[in-house]
Design a protein around this ligand. Structure first.
Ligand SMILES: [Zn+2]
Length: 187
């Protein structure tokens, strides 16, 4: 749960720290605005992937299910600046599939926290593995990081790609290649 009071106090202190006057007109409501915003952008802290992955449909014989281009917005835990982009998910059902919106909800849970891209990608894969029990899952994320873009460092690397594979995608390179081809990812 986000503690709005603490965020308000911290924002006021932060504004003082950068040499601002927190009482000036434009900033007067900023601590409150930031606190309310944090409730939204960090709401993944209270999310439950199990809740979204428990409503399943039976699907016999389904091979690889792919959900592409799931938009996400997250906060880099090293700099508290946004990183954002797309997540692509492929899984091989073991008789169970989930509705189209559920993988996006699960992505949201892990994105809306203080995060790093690699862990977010891994956590999405692990949650699907744990709660949906597919034969394999592959999660690929591509993201732009404001902490790199705004500071002008490593601009060429500001778009990062992270991949996590579990189950059959870990052991079978042909299946893995097929999933990546279905995702149609081009770096
Ligand atoms: Zn960063």
């Amino acid at each position: 749960m986000v503690d709005k009071d603490k965020i308000k106090r911290a924002t006021e202190l932060f504004l003082e720290g950068i040499g601002e006057d927190p009482k000036r007109e434009g900033l007067a409501d900023t601590p409150d605005r930031v606190a309310r915003m944090c409730q939204e952008i960090f709401q993944g802290m209270d999310g439950s992937p199990a809740e979204h992955l428990s409503r399943v449909f039976t699907a016999d014989g389904a091979e690889i299910v792919v959900e592409k281009d799931i938009e996400f917005y997250s906060m880099c835990e090293h700099h508290l600046l946004p990183f954002f982009g797309k997540v692509h998910i492929a899984y091989i059902p073991d008789g169970k599939v989930v509705g189209i919106s559920k993988l996006a909800r699960v992505t949201d849970i892990f994105a809306r926290q203080a995060q790093i891209q690699e862990r977010m990608t891994r956590e999405i894969a692990d949650a699907i593995m744990e709660h949906l029990s597919p034969k394999g899952v592959l999660v690929l994320s591509e993201a732009s990081h404001m902490c790199m873009m705004m500071r002008g460092v490593r601009k060429d690397e500001s778009g990062l790609v992270s991949l996590s594979s579990r189950g059959l995608f870990e052991t079978d390179d042909i299946l893995k290649d097929r999933a990546l081809a279905l995702i149609d990812f081009r770096s």
